[in-house]
Design a protein around this ligand. Sequence first.
Ligand SMILES: Cc1cc2nc3c(=O)[nH]c(=O)nc-3n(C[C@H](O)[C@H](O)[C@H](O)COP(=O)(O)OP(=O)(O)OC[C@H]3O[C@@H](n4cnc5c(N)ncnc54)[C@H](O)[C@@H]3O)c2cc1C
Length: 416
Amino acid sequence: MSVHFQVLIIGGGTAGIMVAAQLKRKQANISIGIIEPSKDHWYQPAWTLVGAGTFDYAKTRRDESSLIPPGVEWIQDKATEISPDQNSVATAGSGIYTYDYLVVCPGLVMDIEALPGLKEAMETDIVCSNYTDPDKTWRVLQSFKGGNAVFTQPVTPIKCGGAPQKIMYLADDYFRKNNVRDKTNVIFATPGTVLFGTKEFADTLHKVIERKQAILKLFYAPVKIDAQKRIIYYQYKKDQPWQAEQATGETMGDDGLVAMPYDMLHLAPPQAAPAFIQSSPLCAKEGANKGWIEVDHYTLQHRVYGNVYALGDVAALPTAKTGAAIRKQAPVVVDQLLAAINHHPGTKQYDGYSSCPLVTGYGKMLLAEFKYGNVRDSDPLLSKFMDTTKEHYRMWLLKKYGLPWLYWNKMMKGKM
Ligand SMILES: Cc1cc2nc3c(=O)[nH]c(=O)nc-3n(C[C@H](O)[C@H](O)[C@H](O)COP(=O)(O)OP(=O)(O)OC[C@H]3O[C@@H](n4cnc5c(N)ncnc54)[C@H](O)[C@@H]3O)c2cc1C
């Protein structure tokens, strides 16, 4: 086993494998090591469908060993400390590795403790999250008999910002099919000031909410959960007086918090960069990006350490954290690495592209594609055949069959 690599990658998830595979394809003689502790690799985008009982959880997992590109060394260990001044990374079990270039992409972690009461609530059988256990979401939906079905998300950045509302749309559909919907308030409560960042897609989503008669609560920032009483408490963040919604039974307490009773609760837990990133010299120490890795938005190069790049969920980029974003980030990092190794200027830039396949029911989806500034960035070829701001059955097929196939057979092989 080598201890020095030209390119050392931390994290063998979506980003790490894509970068390694593309780099090896472009220049086979580069020595690459991937530090990745897990023997499992997950295709997380399908977890939304797993939670709605329309995708097999087992099929979202593959052996990590089957994805490590030929010629790349897999260090099955956990990175514990990054020392960018020494160009080295310490691991939990196998010592220290050094590098010429470092690519940091260990994703993010669920920060369950950041929302008081969440841990206890997650232990009950009416609280679930596609982010942690999508099979449980499916069990919760099946056993739900009516009342308040609350879907919510935290104030922290999260991966796939659309996922908390996708499962709400699917749940509504499921409740209708099973005659539970007429006894149910479907509530989507978000700290966000808008339902979706890009107006063209938000317009369609508002119509979906209206059609489904779901209750939309903007400016609702979750602050704690009382698992015993089955209440989630929100800080109402809008600069206007709060108005009670009769149907939901929510009330404003003396503490100024809105108490929302729930009969089932789905949430995206608060999320954060892994602890070893937060304690490293690479992360932002202050400001809105505190704890995340600040890189140049266009080259993905670290702002202080020029031989370090970060991409994927751990990077502080003003766009949505998705696998789709990584598909556009990875070629930029690869281009930058090849340019640096071969002493020529880089040619590619990342424009903030991300996309969100917004499933709005069984058999319905709209594909939101956008870039920095929440500017719509729909694929021109696809747009020739359909209006991607609208729901389509063909898009659902893309989500359920097309994208998983592309992920395993093309993206993970460095072919796109
Ligand atoms: C419910 C849900 C729905 C989603 N839907 C979509 C969607 O529809 N479309 C879409 O594009 N994206 C979607 N995503 C988001 C997408 O899956 C992530 O953005 C993407 O996987 C992030 O890739 P990453 O490589 O940054 O992190 P990950 O793929 O999470 O990989 C990080 C890797 O780093 C490893 N690691 C962690 N700590 C260490 C350490 N200390 N040392 C070494 N390795 C470490 C981990 O084991 C892991 O393998 C969804 C995610 C979820 C949870």
